[in-house]
Design a protein around this ligand. Structure first.
Ligand SMILES: [Zn+2]
Length: 466
């Protein structure tokens, strides 16, 4: 073989996805956050899309198929983001109910752009080592997103909820297939759940929004009916409830998942016990709490991961100073006029949310990592690394954070797929992240990704986004 050809072959072998019937990752340190075990000098044998076995020490080469040396690397289950929304791009125009910029970019153009960029969003998740996500609410076309993702190799596995069953309406998001549907009576709730169940949702989602016109108790019978009807069809219910009393009401009525932190006051012991007794999973979504305010006040400090792997068009849109003054919504004008008070509000939120997370984790409540990506400024894919930073700030160890992002997240994902992801275990899907540096030394190393394996196919990290 001449020298030139051998160079070409060498380059090919590290820049294109590799699929072999049987491959073995040899010599890495395997980290299994499910049980906290760390296996040095381990071998993972992958047969087609599954992990055939995990073993330590020297193995019989005849049983390994094609060997890939992973000496010096760290292998983990693929990360799982349990709170994303594919109907939102994370750009400035994606929530006209929160900041109406229809006069700059009509919302229908925004939705058309989102639908035409799904493959790109899928690949950004994969680039970040995220091999599964849960979309906790969007229009009926969310079910098409799940179908598309599950038929696409370079995409995460996707679980979905359909439209949010809500205490309030959001007309500006309604182009005929609304993501948020206001439900007025328990009977209406049951009817809507029955309609959703035909589409086989992984979860039913309740948007339990409380304000002075919508007290906790007025929506409670609707939450109860939604949960009863969903459970009768063996579908779990996830609830958006960010105040302590709303979250407590949701769990007392049978909610299976809380999709955000409690941010209005410290959680009390009775609440912690309630979550534990009922085996409720809580997803903190810390990153989203800073991103609306930081974007609107022109204080957005995206991480290097977001700048590298986020969609450049989305990121460019987030500069509010590029919007003509006369087209700025009041909410953005006010934030721009007083960024300090915006940042103070964000800090106040974290002063409650971070200790709440630590208390729940210490008490043994199941925490699943999630970002709420797709909301303004919360970038699809790399937002998860900012979430990890904030969880670390709350006092969680790297191993605890990784458990939240793998084994615990797989429980939230649910169903048969959820039972076969999130751990490095015989018979599970071969969805793995290969890191260059040890994430247990520093949670920042979770983004130091060499390669990603999804469904048994290896993608060198740098080959994914072109
Ligand atoms: Zn959300």
């Amino acid at each position: 073989m001449n020298a030139r050809l051998s160079v070409i072959l060498c380059v090919l072998s590290i820049t294109t996805p590799t699929r072999a019937e049987k491959i073995s990752l040899v010599g890495a340190t395997v980290i299994n956050p499910a049980d906290g075990k760390v296996l040095p000098n381990a071998t993972i044998v992958i047969n087609s899309d599954k992990i055939e076995r995990v073993a330590m020490g020297k193995q019989d080469a005849a049983t390994l198929g094609k060997q890939i040396s992973c000496v010096g690397k760290f292998i983990l289950p693929g990360y799982i983001d349990t709170h994303v929304h594919f109907f939102q791009s994370a750009d400035l125009f994606t929530r006209p109910d929160g900041a109406d910029l229809n006069s700059v970019r009509p919302y229908k153009d925004e939705v058309a752009w989102i639908k035409s960029h799904l493959d790109d969003v899928f690949s950004r998740y994969l680039r970040c080592g995220i091999t599964s996500v849960v979309d906790v609410g969007g229009p009926m076309w969310n079910f098409e997103v799940r179908k598309k993702a599950n038929a696409t190799a370079k995409a995460p596995r996707v679980a979905v909820a359909g439209p949010l069953i809500s205490s309030v309406s959001r007309e500006k998001l309604d182009l005929g297939d609304p993501p948020i549907v206001k439900i007025e009576t328990p009977e209406q709730a049951r009817e809507f759940v029955r309609k959703l169940v035909e589409r086989k949702p992984d979860l039913v989602k309740i948007w339990y929004i409380v304000d002075k016109d919508h007290p906790v108790d007025s929506f409670r019978p609707i939450a109860r009916a939604t949960i009863e009807e969903s459970h009768a069809h063996k579908v779990r219910v996830a609830v958006h409830a960010t105040e302590l009393e709303t979250a407590r009401a949701a769990v007392e009525e049978g909610a299976d998942v809380l999709v955000h932190s409690v941010i209005d006051k410290p959680v009390d012991d009775a609440f912690v016990k309630l979550l534990k007794d009922r085996h409720v999973i809580l997803c903190p979504t810390l990153v989203v709490f800073e991103r609306y305010g930081r974007t609107f006040s022109h204080q957005l400090n995206l991480t290097p991961e977001e700048q590298k792997w986020g969609d450049p068009e989305v990121i460019a849109s987030l500069d509010v100073t590029k919007i003509p003054q006369d087209k700025l919504p009041q909410r953005i004008k006010e934030a721009l006029a007083d960024p300090k008070s915006v940042l103070d509000r964000i800090n106040k939120t974290y002063e409650v949310a971070l200790p709440n997370l630590k208390k729940l984790e210490d008490a043994g409540v199941t925490i699943a990592a999630g970002t709420d990506a797709g909301n303004i400024g919360t970038i699809h894919g790399p937002a998860l690394f900012r979430e990890f930073q904030l969880m670390n700030q709350a006092g969680l160890t790297p191993m605890q954070i990784l458990q939240c992002a793998t084994a615990n997240a797989a429980r939230l994902f649910g169903c048969d797929t959820g039972a076969h992801i999130g751990t490095v275990e015989n018979g599970n899907f071969a969805d793995l992240v290969i890191l260059n540096s040890n994430p247990l030394d520093d949670i920042a190393h979770t983004s130091d990704i060499d390669s990603i394996i999804k469904n048994g196919v290896i993608y060198p990290a740098d080959s994914i986004l072109r």
